[in-house]
Design a binder for this molecule. Structure first.
Ligand SMILES: [Zn+2]
Length: 389
């Protein structure tokens, strides 16, 4: 236990350095941005990807869903992959990627930049622009990660952490939706991916912001569930927020036994976790609100806030450094608060909490190992300074 605690403590020291924890759910001190450090720390040499190396030259459905998606391969992503392939062929400029994710490099980047900017200009509607932006981000990340990242854990293959992650089923009355910004897709230090890695894609479902196919699946589920069974965990000051206790604290476990919730997936409690940097998450939240307006004719999507202090969370499992500053930790916080309500006390949510906590520690260890592998030592001083953030 002591060893575990110390590991986690050390891991959380790295957390700030990697900016792993984007404080989406911290109380009032959210300051995160994508950090250049992350990219440089995890950067690998430029990689050339020849799409022609894959069986049919494109991203397959199997490959797409292998990364954690549940939707069919988005049409726009497929189209952009085809366009990239055609560009590579016509100009005989090899596609080259570098950095953390799908950053094009070299001559191909210059060519593609011109082309995609021209395409973007022709798109009038902001909706079309968003969908194009998202699809391009995703297409580049998919191509740049082929043969480089492990599909399941999104970590470079040589540091794959999959064998250390324990799976755990989540009580089927709860479902998470990871509403993820495309810039966070296939990021090694993303923590949202841990949720479906641990709980499975039906319990924690990826929905990429601006991907029509993904958003359609999510909103279809919300329509079936009804507004009273959908909440967004988002600390928007202007949104009307309810605590977990206010929202779900009524009734007893007997109520659960006699509600269709136990047998009918449409009565599942749906929780949206916005998985994006602070600067991107406001736009993501607005998109949810706009959609909620068209679906339910109401201005706001219901929001829920976590109220449990760190000390209360520590009672569940002593952790020196836990806070609710990353997506996985937000899920941990929510499940922990639900667990304390009598109604949910026998749903086994504490087991899911423990499994996600373990996976988070494994991820932090993997990122640490990777950083060291890339020749970047981490000094005590650096850790200390970064801990002040
Ligand atoms: Zn892996």
């Amino acid at each position: 236990m002591v060893a575990t605690t110390s590991t986690i403590s050390r891991a959380f020291s790295f957390t700030c350095m990697f900016k792993l924890c984007r404080p989406l759910f911290a109380l009032s001190t959210r300051t995160h941005m994508e950090s250049p450090r992350v990219n440089s720390a995890l950067r690998s040499p430029a990689r050339e990807t020849h799409i022609g190396d894959t069986d049919d030259g494109f991203i397959t459905l199997q490959e797409w869903q292998g990364w954690g998606a549940v939707s069919p391969l988005p049409a726009l992503v497929q189209q952009i992959v085809e366009d990239l392939k055609a560009l590579e062929k016509n100009f005989d400029a090899p596609m080259s990627f570098g950095g953390n994710g799908g950053r094009l490099q070299g001559d191909f980047k210059i060519l593609e930049d011109k082309k995609h900017r021209a395409t973007y200009q022709t798109l009038g509607e902001s909706e079309k622009k968003l969908q194009f932006f998202t699809a391009r981000q995703i297409a580049c990340r998919l191509l740049g990660s082929q043969g480089y990242l492990c599909q399941k854990c999104w970590i470079a293959m040589e540091d794959c952490m999959c064998s250390k992650v324990k799976h755990c089923s989540l009580w089927y009355g709860v479902r998470f939706w990871l509403y993820m910004h495309p810039k966070d897709f296939l990021r090694q230090n993303n923590t949202g991916k841990l949720l479906w890695q641990v709980l499975g894609v039906q319990a924690a479902t990826l929905c990429l912001y601006g991907v029509a196919e993904d958003e359609e699946i999510m909103w279809s589920a919300f329509k079936r569930a009804g507004k009273s069974k959908v909440w967004c965990l988002y600390p928007n000051k202007n949104a009307i927020k309810m605590s977990v206790q206010d929202t779900l604290g009524y009734g007893s476990s007997e109520d659960l036994e006699y509600t269709p919730m136990m047998t009918d997936g449409d009565n599942t409690l749906n929780f949206v976790l916005i998985d994006g940097t602070w600067s991107n998450s406001a736009a993501m939240f607005n998109r949810l609100k706009e959609k909620a307006k068209t679906v339910w004719d109401e201005e706001d999507i219901p929001c829920i806030s976590l109220t449990m202090g760190a000390s209360a969370m520590h009672k569940l499992r002593p952790q020196p450094s836990w806070d609710r500053t990353c997506t996985a930790a937000a899920a941990i916080g929510l499940l922990s608060e639900l667990q304390l309500l009598p109604k949910f006390s026998s749903c086994g949510l504490d087991e899911a909490v423990e499994a996600i906590e373990d996976a988070l520690a494994v991820l932090l260890e993997a990122l640490t190992t990777r950083r060291l592998r890339m020749g970047r030592s981490v000094t005590r001083k650096a850790r200390h300074n970064l801990n002040l953030w």
